[in-house]
Design a protein around this ligand. Structure first.
Ligand SMILES: [Zn+2]
Length: 321
């Protein structure tokens, strides 16, 4: 990577687009967010926000922006830069990278939002010192990214890590996928909100409101206990399969901090028999993980063949030999 280059980074979420300009040391040069439109409006919003961010940069910095990273939810083909399917964004087979690239006249790398967030945690966040970590992002859904021998596990279909659809409560709450008792139907932020409303008849603004009621609201305590117990059971499955050096919890629900990590770790310790309980950590980048991950994608694309990646490999080879 050119040590002078900067990147535009976008984390396209279901409700808002977070955008940043990041310098070569991932220092923030500018930041904006806007509501997420649907369909073709997504590319328009990215381009408009990019122009606004670039216009806000001082002379000398604007021309150093040489690449763009975009993280989106749903099914993504990073090699072709296509959003294959995202119900939230109203996108299907959308050549997002190409349409943004043509209009900004910059190379655009498209990536999956959870993968981008996990990579950010692994490279500069809470997972950077863990061997073969599992990074679990808990928001509207639940997804995990795992590493084996330092390599991200992709799977034959490219869809490895769908921890949210591992059934932890057979016959339990209906999941968006059509099955019952999937982890994300019990332990995601939206599942917590839904369960609380079902018990009390009261609507809360988000899972953080349920967390704020812990200790003085029986329904909140009950919902939280069910969610954290189910999450622990799901993480134990991941631990049994992968024996990770640690598990990092990110996404909106992880902002609960020790209110989440405490009961989850306790349940894991109590329930594990044959499986060693890996250490748990809260994600370090919080809500910025996706946008930082998008910037890393952009910078990696600027890395010439034989650059940083090859240098890393030869360092490994030296260690091994
Ligand atoms: Zn499911």
């Amino acid at each position: 990577m050119d040590a002078q280059s900067a990147a535009l980074a976008f984390d396209v979420g279901g409700t808002s687009i977070k955008a940043e300009v990041l310098g070569p040391d991932l220092d923030v040069w500018g930041r904006l967010s806007c509501p997420t439109p649907r369909g073709t409006g997504v590319a328009d919003a990215i381009v408009e926000t990019a122009h606004e961010l670039l216009a806000g940069l001082p002379a000398g910095r604007r021309e150093r922006v040489r690449s763009v990273g975009v993280a989106v939810p749903g099914l993504v083909d990073p090699d072709r830069g296509i959003s294959i399917y995202s119900a939230n964004l109203g996108l299907q087979d959308a050549p997002l990278a190409q349409s943004v690239s043509q209009r900004l006249e910059l190379p655009v790398q498209l990536g999956h939002d959870v993968t981008a967030a996990a990579e950010a945690e692994r490279q500069i966040g809470a997972a950077q010192d863990l061997d073969d970590p599992v990074v679990v992002i808990i928001g509207t859904g639940i997804a995990a990214v795992s590493y084996v021998r330092g390599e991200r596990v992709v799977g034959v279909s490219g869809q490895a890590g769908e921890l949210g659809h591992v059934v932890v409560r057979p016959g339990g709450p209906l999941c968006g996928c059509g099955n019952r008792g999937c982890l994300e139907a019990v332990a995601s932020a939206s599942a917590v909100v839904r369960a609380y409303a079902e018990i009390t008849g009261r609507t809360v603004t988000g899972a953080e409101e349920v967390v704020s009621l812990l200790g003085h609201d029986d329904a909140a305590d009950r919902v939280w206990q069910e969610a954290t117990t189910a999450l622990a059971d799901g993480l134990l499955s991941a631990a049994a399969l992968l024996a990770p050096g640690g598990i990092v919890l990110g996404g909106g629900l992880a902002e609960a901090g020790n209110a989440l990590l405490g009961p989850v770790a306790a349940r894991m310790r109590a329930a594990s028999r044959a499986v060693a309980t890996p250490p748990l950590a809260k994600a370090a980048l919080g809500g910025r993980a996706g946008v930082v991950g998008a910037a890393l994608l952009a910078f990696e694309a600027l890395d010439p063949p034989g650059g940083r990646a090859a240098a890393k490999q030869s360092a490994h080879a030296r260690e091994d030999g």
